[in-house]
Write a protein that binds this ligand. Structure first.
Ligand SMILES: [Zn+2]
Length: 153
């Protein structure tokens, strides 16, 4: 093909961009929402076994409705950035916002699930109740210390 033959075709493609809510974007935005839901589930999993959330504060994560709102806002913000790229003609960047978001969300969730439970200072014979993190490590050490003293006596 000669340059004169390709040039009009290219400018025509730019003049008629795809619709924002096309099939590819709908799939990508669904993926962003799914990655956010996975992040929510994996962070709750992490908190339930007593580890600490490093990105948001524990008080936010433990406030479940607020945390869900943040995940939804993150999804909405991601779609908003995609829309800005779409309107300014950056249709490749528009897709990559969602792809990167899904990658970060899934990667972070895998990290959350791989974290080991918080190590217990307790020894066999001590029953640790669910919700132990609320009492703190000092409480656990105190219980363990009492247990050892009892054994030695
Ligand atoms: Zn576009």
């Amino acid at each position: 093909m000669t340059p004169t033959a390709t040039a009009p075709a290219k400018s025509k493609a730019q003049a008629q961009p795809h619709k924002f809510w096309d099939t590819e974007n709908i799939y990508l935005f669904t993926g962003v929402g799914a990655a956010r839901a996975l992040d929510y589930a994996s962070t709750r999993h992490l908190r339930d076994q007593g580890d600490y959330e490093w990105l948001l504060s524990n008080s936010i994560v433990d406030n479940r409705s607020l945390f869900v709102g943040i995940e939804l806002a993150g999804t909405a913000a991601s779609i908003g950035v995609s829309y800005l790229f779409h309107r300014t003609g950056h249709h490749s960047l528009e897709r990559w916002v969602s792809i990167a978001h899904i990658g970060v969300g899934v990667g972070g969730s895998i990290h959350n699930y791989l974290l080991k439970p918080m190590p217990l200072t307790a020894q066999p014979g001590i029953t640790i109740q669910p919700g132990r993190e609320a009492r703190g490590a000092a409480w656990e050490e105190n219980v363990a210390q009492t247990w050892f003293e009892g054994r030695h006596y």
